[in-house]
Write a protein that binds this ligand. Structure first.
Ligand SMILES: Nc1ncnc2c1ncn2[C@@H]1O[C@H](COP(=O)(O)OP(=O)(O)OP(=O)(O)O)[C@@H](O)[C@H]1O
Ligand SMILES: [Mg+2]
Length: 334
């Protein structure tokens, strides 16, 4: 009989059991959260420089810059990690030729994939079943996933961690800044057009809100360099992007080179002056970057002595200077 005293008793017993199950699950969850928090605090000690790469708008080259900075640093002998927080369009694995890689998970710890020059790579892309299927995450679930993701990665000791984000000053960088202690600075990527000012302003204001120093603005897709040979010590005229001719001197060895400002120029530098933040320099427009991004061999690997690789090295020098300055000023305040 359904309502006999015995069956009532059983229902009560099973409710009690359910409650303890629930309680156990809650305790387990609280314990995991505590462990995660401890790991995040430990990450602060284990990772020397944590740098966020942001932009106000999409498609300006954040992922290209983040991977380029990480690879250039790793090439110099640093222990480097890159974390790709873009859930809806994670491009970092593809750019590093790691899109087929599966992550190693042991005892609830995620181990990064290993890319060129020993670069440690973590991307939300590694967790997606089908990278071509767009993922629609509801806000809180997405942020919960990011939080868990940060705390569960076993990076080990790193000199630098570069963090790539989706465009805009949206929830993702905020969540990362709230959960990953001790972010050292923000690098803002922009393009040469005048709107750069508007776009960079948003990112700078965001950095201020989360109290993280702006290391500087970087202008991507700056001039396009062309070069050639001709009659030594003569001049040639080249049709510029705006239609007006550019005179170019051929040197005594018969070489010439000129930079074409396809998308105007100087937007990044002007933005940094106006917004009173450092200027980190520029990266040339380089069609090889597009091919490299598609083939999974970054331009700085395929042409290590090319203009792009050199530009990345200069930008790293500037970032290091700014990091030193901001770390010195932190020390003098405390
Ligand atoms: N300096 C450059 N020269 C030529 N092409 C470039 C350069 N930088 C980036 N690109 C190309 O522009 C496109 C966008 O770059 P990328 O994916 O790095 O931008 P993003 O800001 O990360 O985009 P999203 O906002 O979608 O994350 C890519 O095809 C990339 O290869
Ligand atoms: Mg990107």
């Amino acid at each position: 009989m359904a309502d006999s005293p015995i069956s009532h008793h059983n229902a009560a017993e099973s409710n009690k059991e359910d409650a303890t199950h629930e309680q156990r699950a809650q305790m387990e969850q609280a314990y995991q959260q505590m462990q995660r928090k401890m790991r995040m605090t430990k990450m602060d000690e284990q990772i020397k420089n944590k740098i966020m790469v942001l932009s106000g708008k999409g498609g300006v080259g954040k992922s290209t810059v983040a991977t380029g900075l990480a690879l250039s640093l790793a090439k110099q002998g640093q222990k480097v990690g890159i974390m790709d927080i873009d859930i809806t369009g994670p491009n970092v694995p593809k750019m590093l030729g790691l899109d087929e890689v599966e992550l190693n998970v042991e005892n609830g710890q995620i181990f990064p994939a290993i890319g060129p020059y020993g670069l440690k790579v973590i991307s939300m892309g590694f967790l997606l079943e089908d990278p071509d299927k767009p993922v629609i995450w509801r806000g809180p679930i997405k942020l919960g996933a990011i939080q868990q993701f940060i705390g569960d990665v076993s990076w080990g000791e790193l000199d630098s961690l570069i963090i790539d984000f989706p465009p805009g000053t949206s929830d993702e960088p905020l969540t990362v800044s709230q959960h990953l202690p001790g972010i050292d600075g923000v690098v803002i990527v922009t393009t040469p057009q005048e709107v750069a000012l508007l776009d960079s302003r948003k990112s700078i204001n965001f950095a201020k809100t989360i109290s993280v120093p702006v290391l500087g603005v970087l202008e991507n897709m700056s001039g396009f360099n062309i070069s050639g040979n001709g009659e030594p010590n003569s001049t040639i005229s080249i049709q510029g992007p705006t239609g007006s001719p550019i005179d170019c001197n051929i040197n005594e060895d018969g070489n010439w080179s000129v930079t074409l400002d396809i998308f105007k120029s100087g937007g990044g530098e002007e933005a940094s002056k106006e917004l009173l933040v450092p200027y980190l320099g520029s990266l040339p427009f380089d069609p090889g970057i597009v091919r490299g991004g598609d083939d999974g061999v970054h331009r700085i690997i395929s042409v290590p002595d090319g203009d792009t690789a050199k530009a990345f090295n200069k930008i790293i020098e500037r970032i290091n200077e700014e990091l030193e300055k901001s770390q010195d000023s932190t020390i003098s305040i405390t």
